[in-house]
Write a protein that binds this ligand. Sequence first.
Ligand code: COI
Length: 370
Amino acid sequence: MTQATAPSTLEFTVSRRPDVLPDAEREAILANPGFGKKFTDHMILATWTPGEGWHDGKVTAYGPISLDPSAAVLHYAQEIFEGMKAYRHADGSIWTFRPEANAARFARSARRLALPELPEADFLASLTALVEVDQAWVPSGEAGEASLYLRPFMFASEAFLGVRPAAQVTYCVIASPAGAYFSGGVKPVSIWLSTDYTRAAPGGTGAAKCGGNYAASLAAQVEASAHGCDQVAFLDAVEHRWVEELGGMNLYFVRRDGSIVTPELTGTILEGVTRASILELAKDLGHSVQERRISIEEWREGVASGDITEVFACGTAAVVTPVGRLAWEGGELSVNGGETGSTTLAIRQALLDLQYGRAEDTRGWLTRLV
Ligand code: COI
């Protein structure tokens, strides 16, 4: 039994803050939440030490965490995180999507970053405990894709400067009401192809969801913005040829014959839960799906020849987002005339219908939180 599948060890005591945001102010935020800008009234905290294991689980007031300046995470980035959402269904109940998959990935990330694994039961219990207390923060799902974004994370909080796994680790979950990840809503995004930077090398941390991967993507993202693009795409670090992923999303390619292709998992790509779900949902919609290597030439030539008709990105935050343009040093091409394609829209709709309880959950992917 790995630690992740071990039985729950944490109890979450609840200290409700007396000064929660007034209803009218909260409702004003929920009416136009943006992404990752506002946070709910509470958060989860728990601590791990080798002697006590996971302990001191609590729901407490959202606020700054006091950290020693020598806390290991500030120096060596021993940190991992997850991204999930809580969805309000039409009857008012609140659900989350495939939390076991996130718990399992959190455990894999923990192993890669030499952090302690959090048992799946504790991971799930922490989500339920926070959403129970802050349930008024879960927006109504009727307005587009509004949800409560959940951000579980874990970091080395031991105060020391030696390079070794920390002997004190903090687990935290914060929650943020979310609308569309891209401010324009469902409208095609533009992608800058990074040729100077790579995101992950074989044997590195590419498959782990750790802050360091995202930190390493920022210079490339700045380059993308400087070229007027919304997001950056990375190629593999060995041949600089194989399409990997965007700064925070996986990629899919729709072909003229209706088949769809996504880069295979090679250990350097994030094992996206949305990516994995689309593999199955696309089959339900009649598409044949391939996970295989796809080269940058295939992308460019496929779009030029009409063999690739649509490209889309996916992730918990971005859901399914069409790609309308690919630009690189010295060239660019538009995908599907810069418009959102019908297959992209159908897959997006199938996923959202499931998450918001409008379609039957035949695979048992939804877990009720409240
Ligand atoms: C998510 O999609 O949840 C992520 O963690 C990616 C991040 C860029 C927002």
